[in-house]
Write a protein that binds this ligand. Structure first.
Ligand code: HEM
Length: 417
């Protein structure tokens, strides 16, 4: 059967549209073109935009898409770093991915939850009735928690700078302001130097610890040929544990936002079983924006739904749009944790952290850890703390990456309940 051309976006280049509305552009154009895939250009490069569950299933077929060469350079130099697991394919990827997944046993997650609780208590004591900007305050909690958990020593007088450097990698990476973007590049270099030195000290046995602790596991990890990772690559991988854990601060902000904006959903948590807390957290991950899309490259020519996919073309999978696809989600623009009651979540339906398989594909290695930390945060914000929400601009800034409430979520008169 003859193939048909993939529908084309009317504009010559979609970069401006994507920058203006990164979370909604792909789904909107796909709806207008009545197609789950369309072709456009992004920064002049021919790019396929894909949305919805079926497109996600296709995108995660590693026989058809590879990751090498998919991520735009400005994001490699800030967000992910170079030489890490995100850009690997095939057996090299599976081997490196195992290293991350081995850090995520139930027992290790329990340890992190206990440490995070401890840091929440310490933070609550420090806040004592002051006004708190939850975004920055959460970064401080998560940084202290993840460094303790991951075996990364950090002194009191350096923690603020280190936190800022890790934060810049996810908070300023997508900025179109050249100064912020450049700042994120410098911040990554500083953080990688710091972590590479730590790797060397661990290898020299100046710092010892159990092998299931992230810094130790990464320092001693061997590639399939039995070689240790070069210190710079090991630093990129340790950054891949620290940075996204600090980035869970974005979700802490959304949890507080949801508790404030959806009092009925909040009321449903009173005395509720653990499952209700889980549903609330899943709805936060579905409803609120975080990463708009992920990128890959067509491995070889193939046909899907009669469309010809050409080798070497970049593809973007729309994460946020898939989480809001009305074909999968009833009333997707309503915040309704109860939608998860008794619902099996398909591997390509709820994909804020990627879809498919964790071990063989690129789905986020930290998904369980994220959910565990979010559930603890929800407990603290719904039950453990007393606070007010002073008048502020809580509208979501969808043009920012990552999106946040314009006021960053300020809490007042914070104290323990
Ligand atoms: C803040 C919440 C988080 C979000 C929204 C998030 C999102 C994502 C996304 C979208 C991907 C790419 C999936 C793909 O390429 O198909 C990813 C990959 C990854 N994430 Fe996360 N993540 C989060 C937290 C974490 C945490 C806490 C960790 C580790 C402690 C982590 C470690 C990783 C790693 C190592 C990868 C690369 C996986 C691979 O390429 O195989 N993430 N994450």
């Amino acid at each position: 059967m003859a193939t048909r051309p993939i529908p084309r976006d009317g504009s010559f280049d979609a970069t401006v549209g994507l920058v203006r509305d990164p979370y909604r552009y792909i789904a909107r154009r796909a709806r207008e073109l009545d197609s789950d895939v369309f072709e456009t250009r992004v920064i002049l490069r021919r790019t396929l935009c894909m949305t919805g569950v079926d497109a996600a299933r296709l995108f995660y077929d590693s026989a058809r898409f590879r990751r090498r060469g998919g991520m735009p350079a400005p994001l490699r130099k800030t967000l992910t770093g170079e030489g890490g697991v995100q850009g690997l394919d095939d057996s090299a990827h599976v081997h490196r991915k195992r290293m991350f997944l081995d850090l995520m046993s139930r027992q290790r997650l329990d340890v992190l939850e206990a440490i995070a609780d401890d840091e929440w208590q310490a933070a609550a004591a420090r806040w004592s009735s002051a006004k708190v900007e939850l975004y920055a305050a959460s970064q401080a909690i998560l940084m202290r928690a993840v460094c303790r958990w991951a075996g990364v020593p950090v002194e009191d007088d350096e923690i603020e700078q280190r936190t800022q450097d890790l934060t810049a990698a996810f908070d300023a990476a997508g900025s179109v302001d050249p100064r912020r973007h450049l700042g994120a590049r410098f911040a990554r270099r500083r953080a990688e130097r710091w972590l590479a030195e730590l790797i060397e000290r661990i290898r020299a046995r100046e710092i010892v610890g159990p092998r299931e602790v992230a810094a130790q596991a990464i320092a001693h990890h061997r590639d399939p040929e039995g070689r240790l990772l070069p210190p710079r690559i090991a630093a990129v991988e340790l950054h891949n544990v620290l940075r996204p854990t600090v980035a869970v601060s974005v979700y802490f902000v959304w949890i507080a936002h949801a508790l404030h904006e959806h009092p009925q959903a909040r009321a449903a948590l009173v005395g509720a079983p653990d499952a209700e807390f889980e549903h609330f957290v899943q709805e936060v991950r579905r409803y609120y924006p975080f990463f708009p899309a992920v990128a890959a490259v067509v491995r070889h020519d193939f046909e899907w739904r009669g469309f010809a996919f050409r080798r070497g073309t970049r593809a973007l999978l729309d994460l946020h749009g898939t989480n809001h696809d009305p074909r999968t989600w009833d009333e997707p623009e309503a915040f309704r944790p109860a939608r998860f009651r008794g619902r099996e979540i398909g591997a390509f339906e709820l994909i804020p952290q990627g879809g498919g398989e964790h071990s063989s594909g690129h789905r986020c290695a930290g998904e369980w850890l994220t959910i565990a930390l979010m559930k603890r945060a929800l407990r603290h914000l719904a039950n453990g703390l007393d606070y007010g929400v002073p008048p502020q601009d809580l509208r979501i800034d969808h043009a920012r990456l990552p999106a946040l409430p314009r006021s960053r979520m300020v809490l007042s008169e914070v104290g323990r309940a």
